[in-house]
Design a protein around this ligand. Structure first.
Ligand SMILES: [Zn+2]
Length: 202
């Protein structure tokens, strides 16, 4: 996606509509600095704003993502290209999140081991020992909760039976039996139980 091109396109269409940056920003409930950033190609509009922005400018989301008006013939091809690129971006993002998951998970176990090692081996009072074990459990609990949250937010799980891709509930993420990023769950679509694998995009 060409941010510069998209920025210029937004600026042009905004002027055609007779809107100032401030007026456009107000319609969207954001700052005019954000609009200026889009128009200079420094950032892309948030996905959540794209539909509303396109409506205000009288263009399609597809045209917004392409940075130009699209002839009807080219429409389908360009729509597919844009979808593919959005998908790629999502996959890269999710991959980063899952790497982060692994790091946090390892840190959680290392700190649990270190704390318990200290509590068992160090020549300290029972009170101090209990405090250290309490801390160990707390740190481990926090890192584990972070991992569950990432597992929930990054990517989808795929049913091996019907290929349905979905985001399981936090309860399932927490309690379903798992091996790495594969979980034993019931498919919400075909209702069959099985080992569902993590996938990076829909
Ligand atoms: Zn299924």
């Amino acid at each position: 996606m060409d941010q510069q091109k998209i920025g210029k396109f937004i600026a042009n269409e905004r002027k055609e509509k007779g809107l100032t940056q401030a007026a456009l920003a107000e319609k969207l409930g954001i700052t005019d600095r954000a609009v200026s950033k889009w128009e200079t190609g420094k950032s892309l509009p948030d996905a959540s704003l794209m539909l509303e922005l396109s409506e205000i400018l009288g263009i399609s989301v597809n045209e917004l993502l392409t940075g130009e008006r699209i002839k009807v013939d080219d429409y389908k091809k360009i729509a597919e290209e844009n979808l593919l690129e959005m998908k790629k971006k999502e996959e890269i993002n999710n991959k980063k999140l899952l790497h982060f998951y692994i790091i946090i998970n390892i840190l959680g176990f290392l700190s649990l081991g270190a704390f318990i090692g200290i509590a068992v081996l160090a020549d300290i009072s029972w009170l101090l020992r209990s405090i250290i074990i309490g801390l160990a459990i707390m740190v481990f609990g926090i890192t584990t909760a972070c991992c569950f949250k990432i597992d929930h937010d990054a990517g989808y799980y795929m049913c091996p039976n019907c290929d349905h891709r979905y985001v399981p509930s936090m309860a399932l993420i927490t309690f379903a039996p798992h091996m790495g990023f594969t979980k034993y769950m019931k498919c919400p679509k075909c209702q069959k139980k099985g080992w569902h694998k993590k996938v990076l995009s829909k």
